[in-house]
Design a protein around this ligand. Sequence first.
Ligand SMILES: [Zn+2]
Length: 142
Amino acid sequence: MAQARRIYEDETLEQSSPEIREKYPEFTKILLERRDEIIGRTHVARSHLDEQIMTVPGDAADESVIDTSADYFLTLANAHQKELVEIQEALDRMHRGVYGTCESCENPIAVERLMHLPSTRLCLDCKAAREKRNPLRTVPKI
Ligand SMILES: [Zn+2]
């Protein structure tokens, strides 16, 4: 599996700071809770959509309601999927001992920031610098 490991090559020299490493169990818990919550929300949205399709009689007005719901569900499902991937990647980084290291400047990310955004890859400075270059994206408050 030499090829599969290659994508991580750049990160092999990075290591989590002792402060962050100490909190690995805590971060793992937050990430897993968030993952369960997202999966739960996706299921709720999905069954709500199914319910509408099953119960609504098929006239044009109601069909448009279903269309809107289906669109909404897909948008939601995509956002959830993206978040799940981010969480999985964060757990992966923890597994490799590089969690909480900024992927841009390689400094440790502030613990408070990780507590709020446990799947983040960038420290606040690098995130802010990136937002400046790309002002269309919103700056988080953390
Ligand atoms: Zn940074």
